[in-house]
Design a binder for this molecule. Structure first.
Ligand code: BES
Ligand code: MN
Ligand code: ZN
Length: 500
């Protein structure tokens, strides 16, 4: 897709489809609408007044221009109230408008960024949100369709801007979004692929492609390396599967003088059957998504390598299947971990925390000075926060605040859960140091605190994306299936850390 900024009148705008914003209560008092209405000899305002809901948030109304202006169609885009407009809303609105344009087979679409301006945003952020909305909102996963739905791709996105002073800012936003958008869509692809394709080995191959493309240092730990490092928690989870485990390690050095290394750690369970504590068969197929945290870290690194913030990041993604078999680890087993701490296995389905703690110990060994982990960790988090927000657990208020700030900046909602020590008694074992499940009560918190037992004194934030990694029904810039959640927040965090 080509994205251009051009200085043109809306009447002459070089596109098939022109998108026009309609704010509630401001329909007529609008220069753009009145200019167009003249070209339509008053017909446009007639249409607008005859459709009372057309300015509601997310409404789209298609108008055939029949030669009145250069564009073949106008899409009236319902913006809701002007004072409610945020960059998140711009991203979703653009996505909705672009999908409507695709339905009528438009291949070049024009928008007017200056008409999205509010007191909380600027040209650069608007352009970034518009282009992210475009790229995320028109995502399709069709690797496995033999009859590809004839879906006219969008060739050109035209941003109409008549003030030369804004062009540089718009182009900056476009550039950032052109890196971030494809990175999020890459994550969605990784997550949407079935587990029979997306094995740990394939995860490692995709990591290799990303490393080359984004100029990152890559190491893959094989099973033998894991044994040498005594990663018995990860090895226990993987021992029931015929797929060999892989530990992906990527490094981005953007600030040689800085001793600070932030570790991004993502859960990479490519299929979670539950193991011997097997899950019910209904919807078990969804557990191909259990590597969404790992994928988000890969996507974030793909973007970070290109955006080049002035910071250092170490990414670690432990990848394995969790399967039942004669070789599988069992409830009642007591296993060790790279840290030396022993763990009583209550449920083989609480596998995510086991592979994460070995990755965390390894991150500490490699010199991480702060740690963010991201994982589809608990059904309890889905019960607590639904698919609206991801859950956080942290041992460090300052780092948690930084993650929450990045989350606010991107609109990927996150909510901190309490880390009270009282919860820790639920994960103490009688016969080992810890047990891997604290039961049903406060399951998202006890899972997070289990991981926290392994971070030592390193500032750490855990992000549980079990409820947000996928959605059932298209919504704004997200389509059914993988959302790529977390990717933009990790990228934003890296950018924010680079500025401070
Ligand atoms: N991968 C699941 C968590 C999950 C559930 C992700 C629903 C996405 C949607 C995780 O490995 C798991 O099975 N957790 C168990 C933990 C329990 C056994 C302590 C759970 O949440 O039921
Ligand atoms: Mn599980
Ligand atoms: Zn899992």
């Amino acid at each position: 897709m080509e994205i251009i900024v051009t200085n043109t009148s809306i009447i002459e705008a070089p596109c098939d489809t022109l998108i026009i914003n309609l704010y509630e209560d401001l329909k007529k008092a609008n220069k753009i609408i009145s200019t167009l209405d003249q070209a339509f000899s008053g017909y446009l305002n007639t249409i607008i007044s005859s459709q009372p809901n057309c300015s509601d948030f997310g409404e789209t109304t298609i108008i055939y221009t029949l030669g009145a202006i250069n564009a073949k169609h106008i899409i009236l885009l319902g913006m809701g109230k002007k004072e409610d407009l945020t960059t998140t809303r711009i991203r979703s609105l653009t996505a909705t408008a672009l999908r409507a344009a695709k339905k009528i087979h438009s291949s070049s679409i024009a928008l007017i960024p200056s008409d999205f301006i509010t007191y909380t945003n600027d040209s650069q952020r608007i352009a970034q949100a518009i282009v992210e909305g475009t790229l995320l909102g028109t995502y399709q996963f069709n690797y496995y369709k033999t009859s590809k739905i004839i879906d006219s791709p969008i060739r050109d996105l035209v941003l109409i801007e008549n003030d030369q002073n804004n062009t540089a800012a718009l182009n900056k936003g476009i550039r950032t979004a052109s890196i971030i958008g494809p990175s999020v869509n890459l994550v969605r692809d990784l997550v949407n692929h079935p587990s029979q394709y997306m094995t740990p080995t394939k995860m490692a191959l995709h990591a290799q492609e990303i490393a080359i493309e984004s100029n990152l240092e890559l190491t893959i730990l094989e099973k033998e390396d894991m044994k040498k490092e005594k990663m018995y928690a990860l090895l226990s989870v993987s021992q029931g599967s015929v797929e060999p485990p892989k530990m992906i390690v990527l490094k981005y050095i953007g600030d040689l003088e800085n001793k600070q290394i932030t570790a991004f750690i993502g859960k990479g369970v490519t299929f979670d059957s539950g193991g011997i504590s097997i899950k019910p068969s209904l919807n078990m197929g969804e557990m191909k998504d259990d590597m969404a945290g790992g994928a988000a870290v890969l996507g974030a690194m793909a973007a970070i390598g290109k955006l080049k913030p002035k910071i250092n990041i170490l990414a670690i993604i432990p990848c394995t299947e969790n399967m039942p078999s004669g070789n599988a680890y069992k409830p009642g087993d007591i296993i060790s971990s790279m840290s030396g701490k022993t763990i009583e296995i209550i449920s083989t389905d609480a596998e995510g925390r086991l592979i994460l703690v070995d990755a965390i110990t390894y991150a500490n060994k490699l010199g991480a000075t702060q740690i963010i982990d991201i994982a589809t960790l608990t059904g309890a988090c889905v019960v607590a926060l639904g698919n609206v927000a991801s859950g956080l657990i942290s041992n460090n208020a300052a780092l948690c605040q930084q993650v929450l700030q990045a989350s606010t900046d991107t609109g990927e909602k996150m909510w901190e859960l309490p880390n009270y020590t009282e919860y820790k008694k639920d994960i103490k074992s009688n016969i080992a140091d810890l047990k891997n499940s604290g039961g049903r009560m406060a399951g998202a918190i006890t899972a997070g605190l289990f991981i926290g037992e392994f971070v030592e004194n390193t500032p750490w934030v855990h992000i549980d994306i079990a409820g947000t990694a996928t959605i059932e029904k298209e919504d704004g810039y997200n389509l059914k299936g993988a959302t790529g959640v977390g990717t933009r927040t990790l990228i934003q965090l890296a950018q924010n850390m680079s500025q401070s």
